[in-house]
Design a protein around this ligand. Structure first.
Ligand SMILES: O=C(O)c1ccccc1NCC(=O)[C@H](O)[C@H](O)COP(=O)(O)O
Length: 269
């Protein structure tokens, strides 16, 4: 039976083919050239090594397949500014439209409104999306190992590096982690959410952390609700923490992030 992830990937492939067929490639290349990528991985690593506060990738996410609509009133510009002011080290902006109600326009706006690096959070299946990402001011892309063959991982990461973008390789188990390491991924995210069943497995992040090479930026993704989670994952060896719903559900995500980053442990959920 087709999983939700299979359905998302099938729909994404159709949508990308449509956009690619209609694209003005020279115009996209011009827009891409106008954006100077800001080092996503280096920025997170620097914050992590400074140890003054956790390196948080704050995610701009209006809705998701597992949670439905999370933030009905969603304006990327003030959100991005508030999260940067609160101390986010980077942003992750959902650009998938059918399942997350995101857009490339949101990425463009959020990135232009801030000086911190931005990740295009989407289901990347075609090198054309890498060009779209840079043309929309992205500094990094996400590659979901469960969604790609080794050949496609290599192809898409090579394309991203050629465009000066960093790559966050997302894994969910040891086999995917081995594949990400094998292709030489510089930044690896362990997602505690199984994208096929949506079941959360927080223990997998601790289990896999020590196997990630020390020169790789280690990112813990999903289900992070409070400072206790960040402290536990820091002890496990993570450099950075990707947080979406915990921020997006709050009326004031900036205040929530400030509290999360404050030295005193604050449990927010
Ligand atoms: O969140 C979903 O429902 C989902 C479904 C299918 C593919 C990906 C999905 N989510 C992406 C993410 O993993 C999260 O947006 C990200 O890690 C932040 O998680 P959270 O802090 O729990 O919102």
């Amino acid at each position: 039976m087709a999983t939700q992830l299979d359905q998302i990937l099938a729909r994404t492939a159709l949508d990308v083919a449509e956009r690619k067929a209609a694209a003005d490639l020279p115009a996209l290349e011009r827009r891409a050239a106008a954006h100077q990528p800001r080092g996503f991985a280096a920025s997170l690593k620097a914050i992590s090594e400074a140890k003054s506060h956790p390196a948080v990738i704050a995610e701009l996410k209006k809705a998701s397949p597992s949670r439905g609509v999370i933030r009905p009133s969603f304006d990327p510009e003030p959100l991005a500014r508030a999260l940067e002011a609160a101390g986010a080290g980077a942003l992750s902006v959902l650009t998938d439209e059918p399942f997350f109600q995101g857009s490339l326009r949101n990425l463009e706006i959020a990135s232009a409104a801030t000086s911190i690096p931005c990740l295009r959070k989407d289901f990347m299946v075609d090198p054309f999306q890498v060009l779209e990402a840079r043309a929309s001011n992205a500094d990094a892309i996400l590659l979901i190992v469960a969604a790609l063959t080794d050949a496609d991982l290599k192809l898409l990461s090579t394309e991203a590096y050629a465009y000066g973008l960093d790559v966050l390789c997302e894994v969910h188990d040891r086999n995917e982690l081995d594949r990400a390491i094998q292709i030489g991924c510089q930044m690896i995210g362990v997602n505690s959410r199984d994208l096929r069943t949506f079941v959360m497995h927080p223990e997998i992040q601790v289990e896999l952390a020590e196997t990630i090479p020390s020169n790789v930026v280690r990112v813990a993704e999903s289900g992070i609700k409070g400072r206790e989670d960040i402290d536990r994952l820091t002890t496990a060896g993570y450099d950075a923490f990707l947080i979406g719903e915990t921020l997006m559900r709050e009326s004031d995500p900036g205040a929530t992030l400030s509290a999360l980053l404050a030295r005193e442990a604050a449990v927010l959920a």
